[in-house]
Design a protein around this ligand. Sequence first.
Ligand SMILES: Nc1ncnc2c1ncn2[C@@H]1O[C@H](COP(=O)(O)OP(=O)(O)OP(=O)(O)O)[C@@H](O)[C@H]1O
Length: 822
Amino acid sequence: MQRQKPKRSGKPGPRPKTSNGKPGAANNKQHHRPRPEYNKSKLAANELEIRALQDQYKEIDAQAIKKFAQFPLSQKTQKALAEAKYVNPTPVQLESIGPALQGKDVLGAAVTGSGKTLAFLIPVLEHLFINKWSRTDGVGAIIISPTRELAYQIFETLKKIGKHHDFSAGLIIGGKNLKFERTRMDQCNILICTPGRLLQHMDENPLFNTSSMEILVLDEADRCLDMGFQKTLNSIIENFPPQRQTLLFSATQTNTVQDLARLNLVDPVYVGYGGQTAAASTATKEGGGQTTAVLAVPELLQQSYVVLNLEDKITMLWSFIKNHLKQKIIVFVSSCKQAKYLYEIFCKLRPGCPLLALYGTLHQDRRIAIYEDFLRKSHVVMFSTDVASRGLDFPAVNWVVQLDCPEDVSQYIHRAGRSARNKTRGECLLVLTPSEEEYMIGALKEQLNLNIHCVQIDPKKLFSPRVKIEAFLAQFPELRATAQRAFLSYIKSVFLMRNKRLFNVLSLDLDAYAQSLGLAVTPRVPFLAKFLWRQKQQQQQQGQGQEEGPAGTRQNTFGGDASSNGDADTDDDDDDLIKVKRRDHDVEGGALDLQLDDTKDESESEELLVVPKREKLVTKASLAKKALKKNLQVNSKLKFNEEGETVADDRSQMKALSTRQQRQQKDKNKDDDGGINLMLSKTLLSEEDQYDKLRFRELVKKRHKLQREKLRKKTEAAQEESEEEEEEEEANNDRESADDANSDSEGSVDLSWLPDPDKVYKKQSSADHQSEAKPAPSSSSDDDDQDDAEGSDDEPAYKKSKITNKMTLMDTEAIVANLLGS
Ligand SMILES: Nc1ncnc2c1ncn2[C@@H]1O[C@H](COP(=O)(O)OP(=O)(O)OP(=O)(O)O)[C@@H](O)[C@H]1O
């Protein structure tokens, strides 16, 4: 029977579409010129199809159905399923699609990789189709997934099988553009989201309205409902209308009756809780309030385990990878820092195959890129945290190596389920330390009825990369720091595990483990030291309390081992014990009453909470504020001259003036709570700049003046020298000409009245020299230079005329000499 939904009034019918069946730009044209007959007939056809489908819902017989085509599904869904080559439904699809189409609540549990995604996506699409949902009707279905990658994968599958429908869908996960999502969310009919992001929109986005929502899906429901998401999910559910259909799916359904009550499940249909499947144990519906589905692992999954000391894990992993270079492998570790370190050091060691690392602290785009890279590659090793352990459908994974022990059987199943999906073969290797073996193998055998066999490693086949790792760590300090963080995060993960029978931090050989990571010195583990110290204190108190009574207890509260106390107090991380990022993905806050695991990154890292410290945080800003309040003076610089008097430095005065102005300004604004006044600083800077420029110009002027002075003095000295020489020569010449006149007086002509040619030429050559000292025009030759010197327009007029006059005399002399000679 289909659940009665409140009647939705005024809902518009299907919108006109383009020829390819999709609304688009061409639609605008159709809006201008509607074709009423076409729309009418289409509406009528839709109506007929819907009625026919609804009639068939009552008669669905899962036993008789062999193909999807036999299900009463819309033509659009059938077409897309056929195109994606989904022909025969899987058992979980067979069992759950029928009740879901009938509007019943479903609790579906099926082995990993058995097609649960389609088991809920098909009913979602059909529900909206039957109810003639259109874009303007708002959110009709919400699908919640615990991790971003899984939400992305569901979104991709929805795109594939819903491509012929007209519904709009949105992927709402952390690490994406919040503003973009905000403006579009109200236009989406199907939302696929992670809990934290959904609640954020519910709290902050006034446009987001879930009152029209009719179908809710929780994929990996046990994870969504467990303590980690408990409060977030409670807040989300409060915003949903109580009248709705709810579908819960997971490979490991361990829901309590309270969980189901929280979700308002009405007479749900249990799928996978009793039927016989491969490797299944019996289903239990316990009176203790827990509803446990059949726990199973894929039939074609080969499982084995190996027992190793913690310090031998890296050697084993290295040898394993070297022996499986052409395989697709996922290596699960318990913390992001370990995944990061293993990836970095193995990249340096170069095993000979592609390496990837997927963990929650990576940027979202990077995570999606790595996820897609791993999907595509046929042989690759990916180091991952449990962010990839649930739901991700990587094709053809040959090996899953659980390098760190899983928290419980459920986690083992999900990790192992990344291999041997959808009737393919795969292998899983569980690595256990001797202290973990008994409990874990016992639990697996008991809950899964599993016959897992132990593998003995041939020591001859092990290659230890330790020497190389140590060399790399010595060479790269950053890598060493990553190794130290990986070391600490592993110890912390073991320390914080709730199951103390399985995880015993005191059984670990820390020195040996540190050395195996390549660390020469074992890093200090402050939280462990503090824990041990407190334990010791408690024991002492108990002992003394028994002997002395309550007074003795009080006396010893702050006593104890000095060294361990120092350890705890001096280290910044010492409050790690109480300040743990929580696996509880509560966004509302609240006190922690449990030690929670900070190493699981799942995906909602933005929601991790920190329990407030007892002491007030000392930040740089608070220190700066304190200093400002004390009115501390900035250091000043004084200059002294040779006599020991202070010299006024106008530049520093200017600065002092600026600072004074700034301080005056600040004093005026008494209620200013510290920080920098940007506007004031800007004006001061521009003033200082102007001043600097002025000063620079003055300095340049001074220098030029000095240079000119020097040049002038030099020329004057040169002129004086040449005048003296001239006078001397003149006197000599006078004496010589008098002698000549005496000797040639009878047969020659007296030319003493003519000017001295030597003098004339000398002056001319000195003029030439002067012109050569001037910078030459860039394009002129040497000859041109001479021409310029003789007849340049730049030559002062008086110089030119002087030379010309002298030249005329010289010419006259030459002409006369020629005439007389002839
Ligand atoms: N009817 C079908 N026919 C063929 N292949 C299918 C069918 N249904 C699902 N598959 C394929 O099986 C694979 C596993 O499907 P899916 O991821 O839905 O499994 P799951 O049960 O959700 O796994 P997990 O428990 O790990 O989340 C996918 O590659 C999917 O395309």
